[in-house]
Design a protein around this ligand. Sequence first.
Ligand SMILES: *[C@@H]1O[C@H](CO)[C@@H](O)[C@H](O)[C@H]1NC(C)=O
Ligand SMILES: *[C@@H]1O[C@H](CO)[C@@H](O)[C@H](O)[C@H]1NC(C)=O
Ligand SMILES: *[C@@H]1O[C@H](CO)[C@@H](O)[C@H](O)[C@H]1NC(C)=O
Length: 359
Amino acid sequence: MSGRTLIILCLIFTSLIHSGYSSSFILPCRPIPPTEPPPTLITQVRPSDIKVVMGLGDSITAGFGISYHKIGDFVGESRGVSWSMGGDLHEPTIPNFLSQVGATIKGQSHGTMLPFLHFLPKSIRSFSRDFTICQLNAAVSQAELEDVQEQIQYLSFHIPRVSPSIDLQNDWKIINYFIGANDLCDACDQNRTVVTPAYWEKNYYETLVSMKRKFPRSIVNVFLLPDVAEMGYVGIGETCRKLRDIIGFCSCSSSDSGRQLMSQRRLQYNQIMIDAAAKANQILGCETFAVVVQPVLSESKIEREYMSDLDCFHLNENGSKFVAIGAWNNMISKVGEKANSTNRNVIPLCPTENTYLVS
Ligand SMILES: *[C@@H]1O[C@H](CO)[C@@H](O)[C@H](O)[C@H]1NC(C)=O
Ligand SMILES: *[C@@H]1O[C@H](CO)[C@@H](O)[C@H](O)[C@H]1NC(C)=O
Ligand SMILES: *[C@@H]1O[C@H](CO)[C@@H](O)[C@H](O)[C@H]1NC(C)=O
């Protein structure tokens, strides 16, 4: 076990009290009834027609560190609060927004969990998640692109277990897919060939192919990466930063050369995602499967006030809320009109009768 792993485990086991802080938020929108009969073409799917949400990603999607403010607070994954997959009451999350505009959905995650999955071999991870908490949030803290196929396996295996009423063939599904922050943080490690642009070129598209094979009637939301190198400037001198440096989270962002490499890689990964999405829509795309690039984070600034007091690396409640609203706005905006950033001033958009998720 590495020193880094030990520190994380110690932190977790010495702090099992919840802070109780929550950031209640309800979308100021009028619900729109689901289309009757349900649409058969993907371009006719409204937000209220979505029946299932699924999530692929890392600690951001798992909700790590969101609810931490002081020593003694819970250190772990607040899965119910995760901006892309959380389903805890009144939290600002995409699944809750879908419900608030009229959808009846399954798959959103609830409650909290310890971030141990990445320490397990991939072969047993799929059977080690507590699916009553994770539901269809397959994210694993510290995951990189190389871990995504296992997450797809998990979803495929657990859909019927999460709810026998999910109709895999006919229900419209959303897959929120946000990966790459850890890959960027590992850019300085020359030995990790699985984070190179060459590896991404070969494997990112393949993850979309697997999704198309396993999950018919799905809209995949591909979230582009922010400039994670900016982490190097966040929290300098604070306790959260000292902890982050001791654990070794994203040490690549601490040097000029590391930041330069990360920024360059970030642009390469984002281009690979954009190209893979275009290729998927051209080759795999059909009337019932689409990949939509959501650019909300691509020009978003990483600022201290949005980051967790634990490690000033993960999102806090405020950061999570602004990302959730920005991501939601992206989802219901047409291609070309999607905002490239979000911040504390973001104003939530509401769907109309003419709002479709794929345009
Ligand atoms: C990378 O691999 C080389 C050769 O196997 C090894 O000597 C070196 O310590 C490794 N570097 C890191 C950062 O793990
Ligand atoms: C979140 O934002 C609110 C309003 O802007 C502010 O009062 C609060 O202190 C912020 N919370 C954190 C944890 O930064
Ligand atoms: C976001 O950036 C893209 C690509 O640079 C640009 O085409 C688009 O107009 C921008 N969107 C907005 C809303 O500014």
